[in-house]
Design a binder for this molecule. Structure first.
Ligand code: TTP
Length: 188
């Protein structure tokens, strides 16, 4: 990889870990942007818009653009409906009850800003979650784990036991698709 150090426009600890897996070190500069979806916005387009907006927001604050700026956005989609991070325990419980026993998509877009332009790739994974007993979901919500995660679960934690099958990218579900990330960083 040409550049070993990048700026990561994200406060997600999973993204730092996944970048380390590629041998990429990062300086963390989180982007605070409005993450609301537009009316009727397609989930796959939504994550791409947000990933690009996060990278561009950080690019706008920096005088020197020597290092690539990488950002990502992950969302769970049930049909055209976007399930982002739950606002509270009740919303987490409602999301998990809907995902339990069904198939959903996880979209993660990764964007890299370098040399005055932003490039973005999308990873989409189909995830099948088993029917999870209500009391198990309640314990999970009480643990606090769902609160910073799209769709209110983390495949990398104990909810991993409920995932019967995925078709796509495990790292994409976790928040940073390694294949697409490496492609974007190689391009520079
Ligand atoms: C579905 C799923 C999501 N997630 C996480 C990945 C993302 O961190 C989070 C979705 O929120 P994002 O808005 O994509 O990212 P973030 O708020 O954590 O960080 P930032 O905006 O600063 O970049 O959900 C998991 O960790 N595991 C999973 O299985």
């Amino acid at each position: 990889m040409q550049h070993k150090k990048i700026i990561l426009a994200s406060r997600s600890p999973r993204r730092v870990e996944l970048l380390a897996q590629l041998g990429v070190q990062c300086e963390i500069v989180p982007a605070d942007i409005d993450e609301s979806a537009l009316a009727g916005e397609d989930p796959a387009l939504y994550v791409q818009r947000l990933a690009k907006a996060k990278a561009l927001a950080i690019a706008a604050t920096r005088a020197d653009h020597a290092l690539p700026i990488l950002a990502a956005d992950t969302t769970v989609a049930l049909g055209q409906e976007i399930l982002g991070k739950p606002a509270d325990a009740a919303e987490a419980m409602a999301m998990l009850s809907r995902l339990s026993g069904s198939v959903h998509l996880v979209h993660t877009a990764v964007a890299v800003y370098q040399g005055g332009a932003v490039q973005c790739l999308l990873s989409t994974t189909q995830v099948e979650m088993m029917q999870v007993p209500i009391h198990v979901l309640q314990d999970y919500v009480a643990s606090g784990e769902p609160m910073d995660k799209a769709g209110a679960y983390g495949i990398q934690g104990r909810a991993g036991a409920w995932i019967a099958r995925i078709s796509g990218s495990y790292s994409g579900v976790m928040g940073l698709p390694l294949h697409e990330t490496a492609q974007l960083l190689h391009a520079w």
